[in-house]
Design a protein around this ligand. Structure first.
Ligand code: GLU
Length: 504
């Protein structure tokens, strides 16, 4: 029975790398009919940020990553927030002490700093382990009587893991293969702090064991902790889960890890949702991304099934996903590709859906339209946009007559005979009863032909008066949508404003 967990620390908004970790865990759980657990790792109280926990849950919800067991969902292995499990960790630290695999250490921060400096002065790196343990203040270096007195007097202490000396530890990572690390390169990590809280390492191992986690799928930044974790499992006499460390997400130029600050610097979001509590704020949701497009994009940053296929529904991702196909090397984040995914997903939406979304944007501008009218509109421009909120830029002239006329276009397109030809066009349009695009087009084109006018000249001047520039979809689609009356009004007004301006 597969049981996996996403174990974020609520220290701020979730980075998209974290969302990808959650996603891969979720896909793996679904694929194997397993359980996806959300565990909040908040043992580091100094780094706790208000609002982060809710943000994490809301992000997963928006992405469609459903949690099976967690603080909201409950479950048989709770509580799912480490601060609510606070009381159960101490006994495990004590257990390690009784086994001789952990010890009390009384060194003050200043003492350790001094030792570190001394080592550096000699050109050594300071590692708190078997090499120096005996010279420091701990229950291994001082007499039993002395350390017991210290404990009784309530002197502050931490509990450290007693890393064995010069032993090769062998372990396996599902993505990176076999790894060997010599314990002399590792330090005696703190497991339990003087504030009465366990450190990440102890709480993480105890919880993964108690929650019967079968696979630990997490970011590569935790790979250096893996030897210690394996040692802890060994000391407890527990089986350890299988491990998979995911490759880093890299900056768009491939140089270094994609950081929280990169988004605002480079103009794309690095968070799933808007984060209201800090200066780096943008979110994919608020930028107008569809969750399924976002998830599809994210899934392919570090994994692909080995085919050319790029578009995957979440169900297809579940079917196809496998840890063996996760890449070893970092994945470069490509903001343009992210937009492309949204573009493709937007094209797949029905006009009705898009019209409903666009109607909300119009409402914020005080404009109220029927879905049926907006359906036509979105169908005309959707191929040109990546996001619904870009539809306005493509269609503003549908809703209001141009206030200004693009100077370059006037200079180029407004000819000497334009005023008279446009007045004639008004008369022609006036006569049309069926103002649908095809019908209006037929009448106007026959008139142009009969008069032997230059089609380009007429249509360019016409567009200038209706749109104010040379952009926009097919002219007859535009005038049919705005209607005969508005069309005539715009031509009349435009001719008045532009008159015979290019003659002077
Ligand atoms: N709390 C760790 C984090 O913030 C969890 C790492 C792990 O999955 O073991 O990412």
């Amino acid at each position: 029975m597969v049981r996996v967990r996403f174990a974020p620390s609520p220290t701020g908004p979730l980075h998209i790398g974290g969302v990808r970790t959650a996603l891969y865990n979720y896909l793996f759980a679904r694929k194997h009919n397993g359980t996806f657990i959300l565990r909040i790792e908040d043992t580091d109280q100094a780094r706790f940020v208000e609002g982060a926990e809710e943000y994490i849950m809301e992000s997963l919800e928006w992405c469609g990553i459903k949690v099976d067991e967690g603080i909201r969902e409950g479950g048989n292995y709770g509580p799912y927030r480490q601060s609510d499990r606070k009381d159960l960790y101490r006994q495990y630290a004590d257990l390690l002490i009784s086994k001789g695999d952990a010890y009390y250490a009384f060194d003050s921060t200043e003492d350790l700093e001094k030792k570190r400096k001394e080592s550096e002065a000699r050109g050594d790196t300071f590692i708190y382990n078997a090499s120096v343990r005996g010279t420091l203040s701990n229950s291994l270096s001082i007499s039993e009587n002395d350390w017991k007195v210290k404990l009784q007097k309530g002197e502050p202490y931490v509990i450290r893991y007693k890393m064995p000396e010069n032993e090769d530890i062998h372990f396996n990572d599902l993505i990176r293969g076999n790894i060997v690390v010599n314990t002399s390169t590792l330090d005696d990590k703190v497991l339990f702090k003087s504030d009465g809280m366990p450190t990440y390492h102890l709480a993480n191992i105890v919880d993964d064991h108690l929650m019967e986690i079968t696979h630990v799928i997490r970011g590569e930044e935790w790979l250096p902790s893996l030897p210690l974790h394996v040692m802890l499992y060994r000391s407890f006499g527990w089986n350890w889960p299988l491990f998979a460390h995911l490759p880093l997400l890299l900056k768009p130029d491939g140089k270094g890890k994609l950081s929280k600050r990169d988004g605002d610097k480079m103009g794309f979001p690095v968070f799933p949702l808007y984060w209201p509590y800090g200066e780096i704020a943008r979110g994919y949701r608020e930028d107008g991304y569809y969750p399924d497009a976002f998830i599809n994009m994210l899934a392919l940053l570090g994994w692909n099934p080995g085919t050319e296929q790029e578009l995957f529904s979440i169900e297809e991702l579940v079917d196809e996903f496998s840890i063996e196909k996760v890449h070893k090397s970092g994945s470069r984040f490509d903001p343009e590709k992210a937009k492309w995914f949204n573009h493709v997903y937007l094209q797949k939406k029905t006009n009705d859906q898009l019209a409903m979304e666009f109607r909300e944007i119009l409402r914020t501008k005080g404009l109220h339209y029927d879905i049926s009218e907006l359906e036509v509109l979105v169908s005309l421009v959707k191929e040109r946009v990546n996001f619904v909120n870009e539809i306005w830029e493509q269609t503003d002239f549908f809703f209001r007559a141009p206030e200004t006329f693009d100077k370059d276009v006037v200079a180029k397109r407004w000819k000497d005979d334009s005023p008279s030809v446009m007045k004639e066009l008004m008369e022609v349009l006036e006569q049309i009863n069926d103002f649908t695009p095809a019908s209006a087009e037929k009448v106007v084109k026959s008139w142009i032909e009969a008069k032997n006018y230059n089609l380009g000249n007429v249509m360019n001047a016409f567009r200038l008066l209706i749109v104010g520039a040379s952009r926009g979809p097919h002219m007859f689609d535009i005038i049919s949508w705005i209607g005969k009356e508005e069309t005539l009004r715009r031509i009349g007004r435009g001719v008045e404003i532009l008159g015979s301006r290019n003659k002077q």
